[in-house]
Ligand binder design. Structure first.
Ligand code: NAP
Length: 284
């Protein structure tokens, strides 16, 4: 039986990145739906699950994506509420690559620093990827400060992280729009700003002896941390270990493809942030 993946996307055009990755992961038919919301998604789900018998439903799966991570979360929830009895399929949420990218970054961080010992700054931490990096680190006992130009936006993101976290992160994460004063106490910096936004340079980080690891997830020049090459993968610059977006991206792609394949193992798999991280952590 053919493997069918429904791609539900919040944006006007369903992500071409997610489409190519689905096809490269072995999906036979990709059914793309743009402009999805929690109202229009239920008939799409039910059309998908009523057409195949329960034992064949492992050959149908759903991917929820798009640039609006909060809207994607509500769709992901609605998709699960649209199932009943054995009429269900496996589902994965990865809006803007948030879960797979954050999982790749955090699995690299844990290779170098015990996560409960991490004291991290997440630059641009209000976006889809940054908020997941912050959540995954905090969930595993790290101290995390979310950096944003807009403190109200950052506080809202941090309270959402607390609300959705099961088990909860210990406390609402601290936020700042002026991170320079905090740099001396941090040992990890992760730049998760928008494509083409430079925050600082490796030279700016050189004077902080506690700082061990710098990760820049922005692959579009100018890069987020000037002096880190996008292909860096544990390259040493002075006292710092550096990872760039392509250095992290190889593992992100591996996780993403393996998850799409995993969706078709049975019809009961649910992959959100924690499940994706745990899957990624066991992948190697
Ligand atoms: N390497 C990989 O495999 C991979 C995969 C997916 C994504 N990415 C990259 O990861 C990064 C994060 O993705 P995303 O979707 O979370 O990004 P995003 O939503 O586009 O941006 C993240 C944050 O950047 C901040 N920002 C935007 N414009 C800014 C400016 N002019 N100056 C300072 N900060 C600014 C915003 O925070 P505030 O408004 O709160 O300041 C925003 O919430 C992007 O560079 C993306 O291309 C990499």
């Amino acid at each position: 039986m053919k493997k069918i993946l429904f791609q539900f996307d919040t944006d006007a055009h369903a992500s071409s990145f997610d489409a190519v990755t689905a096809i490269d992961s072995g999906v036979d038919h990709l059914l793309q739906h743009a402009h999805c919301n929690c109202t229009n998604v239920t008939p799409l789900v039910q059309g998908g699950v009523f057409t195949r018998g329960p034992k064949d439903l492992k050959n149908t799966a759903i991917f929820v994506g798009g640039s609006d991570v909060e809207a994607a979360e509500t769709i992901f929830q609605k998709v699960q509420e649209s199932f009943f009895g054995p009429l269900r399929v496996s589902v994965m949420l990865d809006a803007n690559g948030c879960n797979t990218t954050a999982s790749a970054a955090v699995t690299y961080i844990r290779q170098h620093v015990e996560l409960s010992q991490v004291r991290a700054l997440v630059l641009g931490g209000t976006g889809p990827v940054g908020r997941r990096v912050a959540e995954l680190l905090a969930w595993q006992g790290a101290e995390v400060t979310v950096v944003s130009r807009n403190l109200n936006k950052a506080r809202k993101v941090c309270s959402q992280i607390q609300e959705i976290s099961v088990p909860p992160v210990p406390a609402e994460l601290p936020v700042t729009n002026d991170y320079s004063a905090l740099m001396a106490e941090k040992n990890v910096v992760v730049a998760t700003g928008a494509a083409g936004i430079e925050f600082l340079s490796v030279d700016d980080l050189a004077g902080y002896p506690e700082l061990k690891l710098a990760i820049d997830l922005n692959a579009v020049p100018p890069l987020g941390i000037n002096g880190i090459a996008s292909t860096d993968k544990a390259r040493t610059v002075g006292n710092l270990l550096c990872y760039g977006a392509v250095g992290i991206g190889g593992r992100k792609m591996k996780i993403h493809r393996a998850l799409i394949q995993q969706l078709f193992v049975d019809n009961a798999q649910i992959f959100d942030t924690r499940q994706i991280y745990e899957f990624a952590a066991n992948l190697d």
